[in-house]
Design a binder for this molecule. Sequence first.
Ligand code: COS
Length: 383
Amino acid sequence: MKFNPCMKHKLIRDSVRHFAETELAPIAAEIDRNAVFPVDAIEKMKKLNYFGLQVPKEFGGADLDSISTAIVVEEISRVCAAVGLCVTVHNGVAVYPFLQFANQEQKEEYLPRLASGEIIGAFSLTEANAGSDAGSVETTAVKNGREYILNGTKIFVTNGGICDLSLIFALTNTDQKQLQSSVFIVESSFAGFLRGELEDLCGMRANPVSSLFLEDCRVPEKNLLGKLGMGMKIGMTTLDNGRIGVAAQALGIAQGAYEAAVKYAKERQQFKKPIASLQTIQNYIADMATEQAAARLLLYRACALKDEGAPFGCEAAMAKLYCSSVASRITSLAVQIHGGYGYSKEYDVERYFRDAKVTEIYEGTSEIQRMVIARAVLSQLIL
Ligand code: COS
């Protein structure tokens, strides 16, 4: 077992950090304030292959291992979590199911364009009555000749406002005794694909989160992903992977807030000395450093298991549960250390604090992660 990053991981971290600090740091506060998707920065990221992180080279991707992928997401999120969200959702829950379930024809048609960022992906499972209860989707897909006709509404779709393609979960068997969902590759250019208004959210404001409406949306039968009725399996497998991405994102936010708090504590003078010399502040900093280090180990363990081809769903849930709660605690402490200034938009920690919260909610709430972990423990998949 190795605990030190290898040279490859160090180089990736350095290069993404340089990009994030040069291109994202100057705009992060403004795009948050104005809820603007940063098109120019995204174009630069496409050229750096950030949209094809784990896509094999034959399809134009970077073919990175999972720890490298987590590092990319961490480093972007350390500076601008809303952009980290765009990247991790595209790679982790839109591209990943293609790698796992698409046939050769679908891979050839879509993977090169997804990897280059020519098309940006989304993952549409959530509905008004299907949040934590992922099996309760109501969107329907009815076969009509060589097409499926989709009808329904998806909500809180990350990248929804700009996505060129979304994976849509829809019922293909509406018999109440045997509800069955399937997954469809739906391009935004298909007739009957409509977008709702952008959500006005507490955090991650530069990501265009929206609803998607399927109104007699016509999808060619060749765009069925995997087999008919595989919706839950594809959804759950994909979410296992997506949870690694959210854990990486949460850790990146925590890192950004922690660094800002340490810097501020050394600069801010009270009682005629830097507040970093006060034991109360030192206790906060020690807790932040320790929890962050522990969170990173859990995250990289899940990544390592995934790359070994071992089951990693429970470990991904643990990483997501812990990294997100650490992110909430660390960002809250970072605000506390900044005092009144931390509550003002003048300092970045206020944005980190808002961005961190949702990592405890999306891609499965903390309560759902505990359910996944407890099920694994009780069925003795893990002890
Ligand atoms: N990998 C592959 N398949 C899985 C799986 C996994 N990790 N977990 C479950 N499945 C399969 C099961 O084997 C079962 O298949 P069969 O019907 O063929 O037996 C199917 O999926 C349903 O599983 P289960 O019965 O466990 O489903 P539940 O309805 O009890 O729900 C939870 C399980 C709660 C864990 C699931 O609904 C969930 O993760 N909810 C959160 C959804 C979420 O993260 N939403 C955010 C959306 S993205 S922002």
